[in-house]
Ligand binder design. Structure first.
Ligand SMILES: C[S@@+](CC[C@H](N)C(=O)[O-])C[C@H]1O[C@@H](n2cnc3c(N)ncnc32)[C@H](O)[C@@H]1O
Length: 360
């Protein structure tokens, strides 16, 4: 078997981690089900603020084999950290967004991903899928790691997301205009729904029918083959979807925010209504918002307070806009209570309106 190696590669002992007593507590009820905030016997969608390694350890006690679909869009190891320009309390501030500079070699990045992917596998149902969104920087390494963790026979697809509307310089190479989205299954059988997309132009297709298990052309009473006009086709593994633009009503300004259309496809293909979806690098919460729209339950996590704040703001806006809000599950914000996090809660940070501005 081929195994990717890196300096200080370490195995992860899941049993040892399960003994770890980290507790995440509800620090805010973002969308109570009624004015008294009762939540008896009701599922609540969960948004974790914290390092996803700790969050996944914590979830293992209750959610092992329970999550139907995991989508993650981790840092791509681009070599540059993300700085946010934000407006808050009438001030314009520059704040650290998230880390994507991992030093000269990729050892730390690969170990970080390796440990988390091992843990995420534990959370998946036996027919669950994991979707990992990357680009040219490390998708080849992560694919080798996924082969090791899930088995190379569990590879389902590599989707090429071609974003035709993003400028990309390339003097000594062709402009890079796609991301690589890897899909692996936990078990041999898994949820996989057909997804159809509109064709650029309708096509005329021969009508076929199955006669005793053999496909035959359908003919009219005069013996002429019959045709039908087809407007859509089964989606293949190259998707032409734009990058989200500032003019879009869905735009949050969060760096590397993904287009909801992309998540709609992935969630519809890999899960059914009522299923539980998780995104442990949720950023502005695109996966969670789409999961909710498509009637899936969800768990989200990010270690940036700005990401969490943007995701919450979007949920609250949706509640105002959407008359169906009584159909939605409550949302809890969970975190480890310590000096650092309490300082943020006590400052009222998660009740403030934050705007992410363009430019430097
Ligand atoms: C590429 S962005 C996700 C963007 C998201 N898909 C969206 O549409 O907005 C990656 C996110 O992972 C978060 N992140 C990085 N390392 C993390 C960790 N160890 N635990 C939790 N979140 C992490 C970052 O804060 C960042 O928001």
């Amino acid at each position: 078997m081929v195994r990717l190696s890196w300096t200080n590669k370490k195995d992860l002992d899941v049993n040892e981690l399960k003994d770890n007593s980290i507790t995440f507590e509800r620090v805010k009820l973002i969308r109570p089900i009624n004015s008294s905030g009762e939540m008896i016997n009701v599922w609540s969608n969960k948004l974790f603020w914290g390092d996803n390694k700790l969050v996944i350890f914590y979830l293992l006690s209750k959610f092992t084999d329970k999550i139907n679909l995991i989508y993650i869009d981790p840092p791509f190891a681009t070599g540059s950290d993300y700085i946010l320009k934000i407006r808050m309390d009438g001030n314009i501030l520059k704040e650290f967004g998230y880390k994507d500079n991992w030093g000269k070699n990729l050892d730390i990045y690969l170990q970080m991903m390796y440990e988390r992917l091992i843990l995420m596998k534990e959370l998946l149902t036996s027919n669950g899928l994991i979707i990992i969104h990357l680009d040219w920087h490390v998708s080849h390494y992560i694919r080798a790691i996924l082969d090791e963790i899930f088995g190379k026979d569990r590879f389902v697809n590599e989707i090429i997301w071609y974003y035709y509307n993003k400028y990309s310089a390339g003097k000594k190479n062709l402009p890079r205009a796609h991301d690589n989205i890897l899909i692996y299954s936990k078990g041999k059988s898994y949820t996989f729904n057909e997804f159809r997309i509109l064709r650029d132009k309708p096509v005329k297709q021969l009508m076929r029918e199955s006669v005793n298990g053999v496909l035959k052309n359908v003919k009219d009473e005069n013996g002429h083959v019959k045709y039908r006009i087809v407007h859509d086709k089964k989606a293949d593994d190259v998707w032409r979807i734009p990058c989200i633009q500032p003019a879009s009503s869905e735009w949050t300004g969060y760096p590397t925010q993904k287009h909801p259309m992309l998540l709609e496809r992935l969630i519809q293909i890999g899960s059914n209504e009522g299923d539980l979806i998780a995104d442990f690098f949720c950023g502005s919460g695109t996966t969670l918002h789409v999961a909710e729209k498509l009637n899936r339950k969800w768990i989200g996590c990010d270690n940036s307070k700005y990401a969490i704040s943007i995701a919450i703001q979007k949920f609250l806006k949706q509640r105002v806009r959407n008359s169906r809000d009584n159909d939605y599950y409550p949302i809890e914000l969970l975190a480890i209570k310590n000096e650092k996090t309490l300082k943020v809660f006590n400052s009222g940070f998660f009740n403030k309106t934050i705007e992410i501005l363009r430019g430097k």
